[in-house]
Design a protein around this ligand. Sequence first.
Ligand SMILES: Cc1ncc(COP(=O)(O)O)c(C=O)c1O
Length: 375
Amino acid sequence: MLRKQFPLRDGLVYLNAANVCPASLPVLDRHQHFLRDFEADPSFQNRAKFGPLRERVRVRAAQFFGVTADEIAFTRNTSEATNTIVHGLNLKAGDEVMLIEDNHPSNLDSWKNQAKRLGFSLNILPMTQLIDSAEQLAAKVEAGFTPKTKVVSLTHVTSSTGVLYPVAEICRRAREKGIWCHVDGAQSGGMLPVDLRRIGCDSYATSSHKWLMGPLEAGVLYVASYRQKEVWPSIVSVGYSEDGKGGARFLEAYGQRDDARLVALDATFEFLTMIGMASVEARIRQLTTHLMNELAKNPKVQLRTNRKEELYCGVVKADLPSVADLRAFDAKLYSDHGMAFSVTPSGPIRGIRISPHVYNSIEQMNAVAEAFRKA
Ligand SMILES: Cc1ncc(COP(=O)(O)O)c(C=O)c1O
């Protein structure tokens, strides 16, 4: 029943949620309805409705992430949201920012670029997928804090190998030292229940078109109310106000945007709330655990994802060292079996990345394991 809520074509075994998810039909319908409405009458009079609708979405997004509407800004995606923080903080020579090597480029190269410009330094923790426990991981990050550290910018679940970071514990330790904690939630919003107050980060970024299964090119940036004064907006246009009364809205004065898409975000949160995020996480865990157990029986497979339950959730990376051309193998799985993954053809984390969501089945996990057996 759930799978029928998605426009996925018959025969497709879509396993690339970590990259982009299909929007559900209720989301698509809502977007199309409001887009048509907009185009049928772009007058100020007709568009006046979008102001209150946008605020309704903000309230729903805030409820979904356990914060207040004044702490939510809408962006195009995680990259834009994280860069708003990277470019917005007043860092200077003598300050240090701590990063993780397997952060996405939007949370790694963006900091490198800004460090060059402003003269602050970076402390980059090497890849961490082979760690023994969440506690060890938290301790490793904390060990990198120095008196100069002003920011730690983490990834909640990495896209390279699917490490689930103990972000609440790391934020707790960062907070004690007054360090700003930014969490890249591109791979956690919509995959796990995310309660930002419990996590205790200062800012969080996510994309609607990934695990949230919402419209393309919409994102959410959370900035804790007590930290908002420390962020400079990257873009200032109509609607910008520096009086502080609009909460995080001052970070989204981007000029004209697709309002219909934001309204579709409302349907996105409604849809996930209806299923319940605890059920979504449980299902994703069931699928990925089953898949890893099956793949682990295959001596040709090298799992790149940490199998300790507290250290993974929805992203599985598996290599087949005996397959020389992994890209060709990936292409064949798509053409012969309709299986769509992401592939890293070389390097230390070479492998096929498999990221299932609620529209996938155990049968599909078995089919993937079987295809790997025949490799
Ligand atoms: C961990 C992580 N952060 C950020 C991004 C960037 O997301 P977007 O392209 O939606 O900005 C991705 C995309 O794959 C990601 O995996």
